[in-house]
Design a protein around this ligand. Structure first.
Ligand code: KE4
Length: 453
């Protein structure tokens, strides 16, 4: 039967409750397990590292999620970044509905994608005066940018950071390196050694390690791809001078500098990390917020590089739904609102209130917590001392994190189910949502103190 559904009642006035999977979520998860690998369409959603079944989400609005068990939760996943305006922003929903009524996809040129590209080239530093190509995910954006860098330079080696995640293209699925540069060994079954033989990993925030690799492989490295503000090892700020150092090394060696701003783009500033730190890469990869919650990715940058992309040049890349009018409506409207309303001062204040509130409570209870934040993304690592790279992050107490996550969920706060993910605030996280979050943190951290001190 066609899936008919009553409209969701307004749940935003409802107080957040216990978000652990109830009967309905568990019933749905069992049904999912019968037909979907691990019951999920993306592994991290399975709650493997925090335990328990995942709550199923029925609706989302503003800072809140509504579970299939009828429970409201304060959301800090924000669908892994896109929901920076809050879920189901009325202007975005309206634009998507209007576009959908005119057809979902044309597979042909449309005016909206030109308007979108023009705005992207205005807002994103790496795109100023350059070219941008729309795709449908962050994975497609980074995969394409790396192929382009290899085509443009005629070189094969690529460098990434240990603990950096750029989507699941084969050449990027290398085992986390250990210490100095490691030649790629597959980080997933099904990735032939030949595919990652040219992928080198270096520790994040370590310029000397990059310089060493560039000396060793002079003339053979096509690109460095980096999350300028990593979120996939948890949130780790770049050390002062690190990004500029990469920029200078790449300029000197003719290596394409690629900023993977799928997560940090439009998140840490309107112009992303490039704007926040004043460093412009040769190519930039975008995703998440760029689609406002719909499937959109993008890659672009210097015209002299981008003109090697088919059909202008001979680096092939294509996509059936690239630039489709419905996804563009979501992304373009989101971007227009970010430009119009300049939410970044407010986002900074909201994120500081939450991150610092949690850190203060941990300190009062004697729980070691490294409070890392850049703008509206943050991570509290359950460990003493600072976290500057993936090795540091891996020394966190994962059992304490899992306990914290479970207890926060039980008190109505939905955090990313992994210590190695970032938390995200939205413009919709009002004082009530923040107060509820910090009250939950009181209880959750007290539980951690009892069990893990
Ligand atoms: P997608 O292919 O998932 O749209 O984007 C891949 C990607 C690329 N680059 C960065 C910096 C990213 O953070 C991502 C995706 N991030 C994960 C969260 N860590 C998405 C969540 C998931 O995998 O389900």
């Amino acid at each position: 039967a066609m899936t008919t559904r009553e409209p969701t009642p307004d749940f935003t006035a409802q107080l957040p409750g216990d978000g652990r999977a109830g009967a309905r979520s568990r019933e749905l998860f069992n049904a999912a397990l019968a037909v979907i690998p691990g019951g999920v369409n993306s592994p991290v959603r399975a709650f493997k590292s925090v335990g328990g079944d995942p709550p199923f989400i029925r609706a989302a609005r503003g800072p809140y999620l509504l579970t299939e068990d009828g429970v409201t939760l304060v959301d800090y996943v924000g669908t892994w970044g896109p929901a920076i305006l809050g879920h189901a922003h009325p202007e975005v929903i309206d634009a998507v509905c209007r576009a959908a009524k005119d057809g979902l996809s044309f597979g042909a040129c449309s005016a909206a994608e030109v308007e979108f590209a023009e705005l992207l080239c205005t807002v994103v530093p790496a795109l100023h005066g350059g070219l941008v190509r729309l795709v449908s995910s962050g994975t497609e954006a980074t995969m394409s940018a790396l192929r382009l860098a290899r085509g443009f330079t005629g070189r094969s080696k690529i460098i990434k950071a240990d603990g950096g995640y750029h989507g699941h293209a084969d050449m990027l699925l290398v085992a986390a390196g250990s210490g100095a540069a490691t030649l790629g060994i597959p980080g997933s079954e099904g990735v032939p050694p030949s595919t990652v033989r040219d992928t080198l990993t270096v520790p994040f925030n370590d310029l000397a390690a990059v310089e060493k690799v560039l000396d060793e492989y002079r003339g053979a490295v096509a690109a460095i791809i980096i999350e300028p503000v990593p979120g996939n090892m948890g949130c780790v700020p770049p050390r002062p001078g690190y990004l500029q150092g990469l920029r200078d090394l790449c300029t000197r060696e003719g290596v394409v500098l690629i900023f993977d701003e799928v997560m940090s783009g439009f998140r840490v500033a309107l112009g992303g990390a490039s704007q926040r730190y004043g460093v412009t890469p040769d190519l930039v990869c975008l995703g998440k917020i760029v689609g406002g919650g719909m499937p959109v990715g993008a890659y672009g940058g210097k015209r002299e590089i981008m003109q090697h992309v088919a059909p202008l040049g001979h680096v092939y890349q294509a996509g059936t739904l690239s630039g489709n009018p419905v996804a563009v409506a979501a992304g373009l409207t989101t971007l227009q609102i970010l430009v119009r309303d300049d939410p970044y001062p407010a986002l900074e204040a909201i994120a500081a209130a939450v991150a610092n509130g949690i850190a203060a409570r941990a300190a009062q209870l004697g729980i070691p917590l490294a409070n890392n934040r850049v703008g509206a993304m943050f991570t509290g690592f359950f460990r003493e001392g600072d976290v500057h790279d993936y090795d540091d992050a891996k020394q966190s107490d994962l059992a304490a994190f899992a306990e914290f996550h479970r207890e926060m969920l039980a008190h109505g706060v939905y955090l990313a189910p992994s210590q190695f993910e970032a938390s995200f605030v939205s413009l919709a996280h009002d004082q009530a949502a923040i107060d509820h979050t910090l009250a939950a943190a009181d209880a959750a951290l007290a539980a951690v103190a009892r069990r893990h001190a």
